[in-house]
Design a protein around this ligand. Structure first.
Ligand code: PEP
Ligand code: MN
Length: 349
């Protein structure tokens, strides 16, 4: 918030407010207007940072020498999400025979690749191919959020079982989308390593609270109609539960006049890395919706400083249950992409 004092407020007056703010654990940066000939005409303003609460604003406004209290909308209120000086790495344990995966912090680029929707025939081969090509995690949806109730909704529990069986063989931790608070126990039962919150549930606050409570790594996607401020406030629901394992994921937004499935929001990588210390992922498949755009948009994101890329792959896209049109199926091409993405991240650090 910003506090503006009446012209004529004395240093003692302002000190009363400032000591109150410090008592509340807030940080105060006083500023003064252009030098006036008469000190009495000086304008004084305090910029206040920290977890400002509604009652703080109300109490400050009651002091007679305070002219106005201006809330700063859009700045994340919770310090947990604001950049703390160094980038935070989230560790995803790998008890399946490989090394633990760190995303963010000083770690290299992490690629999460796999099927859009889990099927019983191709998921194994697709996830093996992703690993062969250099992926660090496998992604796969067992519960699919579909615009139409007539569309395939995912294999649900059977899908989670397939995912965990395939994981045992492939050896990479898995990322899978959870749609409903009622499924948290199921996701724990199959030990889903990273809980994905999809764009459509970005403001399902109850779900954010429940996944937050699990302490599991959470890949939180930006709602396709959410501002960055709303995105960060949603993320704070997870972190407010004491869950430090939050990963932010951009995936394009609704827009006009763009030629892709969604309007890319690559430039927000910069914003997020300035405002927060969280790992940042870009979903190149759902943002573009075009397999022939994935490589170059991935190059841009990697060079732009993301910590991770998400990409759809399927060994037989025409048999994919969802989103086959955007799935990569050529292992050699995928290997080249992943190799180059990782290099690009290194040389642009
Ligand atoms: C997905 O990753 O499978 C998905 C549905 O993504 P989004 O929520 O970004 O549309
Ligand atoms: Mn999809």
């Amino acid at each position: 918030m910003i506090i503006q004092y009446f012209v004529g407020a004395t240093p003692d007056d302002m000190e009363i407010v400032r000591s109150k703010l410090k008592e509340w654990g807030l940080r105060v940066h006083p500023s003064t207007g252009e030098k006036e000939d008469n000190a009495q005409n000086q304008i004084h303003v305090d910029n206040v940072f920290g977890p400002v609460k509604e009652h703080h604003r109300k109490e400050v406004a009651t002091f007679p020498f305070v002219k106005a209290v201006i809330p700063i909308e859009g700045v994340p209120q919770n310090l947990s999400l604001v950049r703390r000086g160094e980038r935070h790495g989230v560790v995803i344990p790998n008890p399946y025979g490989g090394a633990d995966v760190t995303i963010g912090g000083q770690a290299g680029l992490v690629v999460m690749a796999g099927v859009c929707a889990v099927d019983d025939q191709y998921t194994g081969a697709s996830h093996r191919m992703a690993k062969q090509a250099g992926a660090d995690l496998n992604r796969g949806g067992a519960f699919k959020p579909r615009s139409s109730p007539y569309d395939f909704q995912g294999l649900k529990e059977e899908g989670l079982k397939i995912l965990s069986d395939v994981r045992q063989e492939v050896g990479l931790p898995i990322v899978s989308e959870i749609l409903d608070v009622r499924d948290v126990d199921l996701f724990m039962k199959y030990h889903v390593d990273v809980l994905q919150i999809g764009t459509r549930n970005a403001q399902n606050f109850e779900l954010l609270i429940e996944v937050g409570k699990t302490g599991r790594p959470v890949l939180y996607k930006r709602g396709f109609s959410n501002t960055i401020e709303e995105f960060l406030k949603g993320a704070n629901y997870v972190m407010e539960q004491g869950n430090e394992n939050l990963i932010l994921c951009l995936r394009g937004i609704k827009g006009i006049g763009h030629s892709f499935r969604n309007q890319g929001d690559l430039d927000e990588i910069v914003t997020l890395s300035q405002l927060t210390d969280r790992p940042i992922v870009y979903d190149v498949s759902h943002s573009t919706g075009k397999k022939n755009a994935v490589e170059r948009v991935g190059n841009m994101a990697a060079a732009g400083g993301v910590d991770g890329l998400m990409v759809d792959v399927h060994v037989s896209p025409k048999h994919a249950l969802v989103d086959g049109f955007q799935a990569l199926d050529d292992e050699a091409a995928l290997t080249r992409m992943i190799t180059n993405w990782k290099k690009l991240k290194e040389i642009t650090r």
